[in-house]
Design a protein around this ligand. Sequence first.
Ligand code: FRU
Length: 494
Amino acid sequence: TEWTTPLRYKPYHQWSKSYQDMLAAELEQSGWKLAFHIQPKTGLLNDPNGFSFYNEKWHLFYQAYPFGPVHGVKSWYHMVSDNLVDWEQHDYVLLPDSPYDSHGVYSGSAMTVEDKLFLMYTGNVRNEEWERHSYQLGAWMNTEMEVEKITEPLIDSPPAGYTHEFRDPQVFRYQNHYLMMIGAQTKNEKGAVLAYQSSNLTDWELLGELDYTTEEMGFMVECPNFVLVDGQPVLLFCPQGLDKDISSYQNIYPNMYVIGSSFNKETVSIENTSDLINLDEGFDIYATQAFQAPDGRVLSVGWIGLPEIDYPTFEEGWAHCLSIVKELSIKENHLYQKPVAEMQELRQNHQELQGSAQASNTLLSSPDSNVYELKLELNAGTSGSLYLFADKQNKEGLKISFDAKHDTISMDRSKAGIPFGESYGSTRTAALKRQDKLTLHIFADRSVCEVFVNDGYRVITSRVFVKDPQQTHIFLQGFEGDYTGDFWTLREMN
Ligand code: FRU
């Protein structure tokens, strides 16, 4: 298929059931289908939306285009969970069926308000000249999980001085008001985050541009997400077109964050902010959402995928997945991301790892499939590499190298199956803080690898598309010393 604009915006009801069944069957047969990551039912998934806890369940929505691996006209797909690990597919709940969202129900957030879940999102509309108009819209979901749109926009235009690149509202309670952060672009095409306030969720007053950096934030900020972590304000955001001299990154668009000491609503500023930091040191994380759960934890989930990059699954008619859920915390002004504790519910067979590695290849495990959790503890004073998704001879594989002299860790996916996104490089390197032990906590899921380094000090996420399902070997190479660890096969999500 050639995905022309008219085709991408073809109304949902004009696609046949048999075509959708064919897409579902193709995904079902894919060797890259994920076991425990949220993936699209058919077609394409992008940003996580509306991550929340409501009526005793976890709710998570995502941006969906059901009819192919392209960014066509979007809607929200709804997932429900009791444990953050097993996700029930509910339904498409916000469809592009109103004059205010005819060209896409774009990203947004959710918040429990009394006995309902309030959803806030962007309606994308194009006119005859294909000019964009962005509306900020609302909807209510009840305990039956029925979603009803609020008919009139909550905010019908960007404020003076800003363009219609104006989207991704994040709503949350702050003191005795509701606040909303939204991605924006100034008339001279600079990225910005705007803050609004409301007391009734209907009338929204502009507080102003959020002050969180003195630098220019590229041409557009997508998916801003403000959250208090251990009392400190953290802003997660995606500054498109950010100058690499301001903060270095390699992905087409970065997902970054800043930490501040406090939030001042009067001046709309996050005070004493850190430099910009890459949220993930790998290849594929974008549009991360985090929220403060009622149990006190701050939980996050990201999109594993990037705009404008071709992924090998496109040939199979589907695209992308979400990350596992992570718990955020702050230590010494640094954001830590850990796999949420509930991930343990997926564990099946356990294998204890212990031994002494020689400089040559040491085989740690060769599981039946790349669906596992691996925890490894190594002496940080030694350099070496860990190979995942490797073949028997360790010629092909995903290489994770640790350099004791420079205190860095890198991931090299140039020999890990089908190459893609290569113009943005095949290696990523992150700095570590010097410590005695290096700990790697890894979740592999057929075509995804998420690596949590030193208790979540760094996270490195990558898609991996090996062609041979036998490529499951795990080797240590070049590392001389003792290692200990645990290996579990993981079950599929229910
Ligand atoms: C980020 C994004 C958002 C937008 C959505 C559309 O990936 O471009 O800014 O709301 O995706 O699907």
